[in-house]
Design a protein around this ligand. Structure first.
Ligand code: HEC
Length: 138
């Protein structure tokens, strides 16, 4: 009897853990695939289909350490654009990226896409995360 109950609890725990994991991976897939469309229509012209950038004009999005460094700022960069000197992948850029005019959800999608493409693995960024980050833009 007792072992039956323990087995039952273990089973429930496993089911719970499993369902939590698949929730995040479903969420990830939704953000990622929607983000790839946002990227194609709003970013690819400049940053390239493989995030390779364009010579000294447009920085690549393949430099994980630089993206990580700016991770909390990425939603603000999408919302407000970016200007001025910045060093990415060991190269100096001094250009201007226009504001993308995206909704917070689209920002979450495209940041999830870029953060997990081109050799990056930064995990999912949700609409809630973006909401929090956008309140801290200066
Ligand atoms: C008109 C061309 C253009 C478009 C469109 C554009 N960018 Fe940019 N992006 C730039 C330039 C130029 C910079 C560097 C700005 C600077 O020199 O300060 C930049 C910088 C960035 C950075 C900073 C990189 C880092 O490592 O900190 C990220 C991330 C980024 N862009 C992502 C995106 C995403 C995602 C989109 C689409 C929503 C997008 N960009 C659309 C030109 C563009």
């Amino acid at each position: 009897m007792k072992t039956g109950i323990i087995a039952c609890i273990c089973f429930l725990l496993l089911a719970l853990i499993y369902s939590c994991q698949s929730d995040t991976s479903i969420e990830f897939k939704q953000y990622y695939s929607a983000g790839s469309l946002v990227y194609q229509s709003h970013c690819q012209n400049c940053h390239g289909a493989k995030g390779e950038g364009l010579a000294a004009l447009i920085p690549p999005l393949t430099d994980t350490s630089s993206l990580k460094k700016h991770q909390t700022k990425l939603p603000c960069i999408m919302q407000n654009g970016l200007k001025g000197k910045t060093t990415i992948a060991g190269k100096d850029f001094d250009g201007a990226m226009p504001a993308a005019g995206l909704t917070p959800i689209e920002i979450a999608q495209v940041v999830t896409y870029v953060g997990n493409s081109f050799g990056n693995k930064l995990g999912v960024v949700t609409g809630d995360d973006v909401g929090v980050a956008l309140r801290k833009c200066n």
